[in-house]
Design a protein around this ligand. Sequence first.
Ligand code: ZN
Length: 196
Amino acid sequence: MPTTPTLTEDAVLDTFRRRGALLEGHFQLSSGLHSPGYLQCALVLQHPRDAEACGAALGALVRDLRVEAVLSPALGGIVIGQEVARALGVRALFAERQNGALVLRRGFSLQAAERVLVVEDVVTTGGSTRETIDVARAVGAQVVGAAAVIDRSGGVQGLDVPFFALAQVGLPAYEPARCPLCAQGTQAVKPGSRQA
Ligand code: ZN
């Protein structure tokens, strides 16, 4: 029997620290929430061996779902989606925003009842995961699960499919109106647009 690739939560978090991907400061997340911590997954996934290891470990977690295609939201989900798809031997598609809504473009299509896994880098509120699930369902595909490298949702992602992550990270996230960092007078930065 082949050995299942495994990556412990500690090993994942060690990699994030080693790659400088755990940032501290005052951030505006893509969800709109503010947080003193940010996980810049791209700083890990820029290293192909790290990306491949994360993809293989997630692939092992979802092996029983009989996934036929991986669907990720652009941009953050693309690299890890590709690696999970590589591990599972299926194709990797991504959805991207057009006029604010996630859509399939570039000729991507899913078959009716095709078994789809939604893959993201980091899940915070679960909002973009839910949106990506809706994209697959809108064309008749069957979403059999969702997966992310990091779950920082605190377990409240509220998805109606099985959810898998390599590591849980408990970073607080605040509505801007209730953000204690804003109350201290500092400005939240968008980590994607500016290095903190
Ligand atoms: Zn704030």
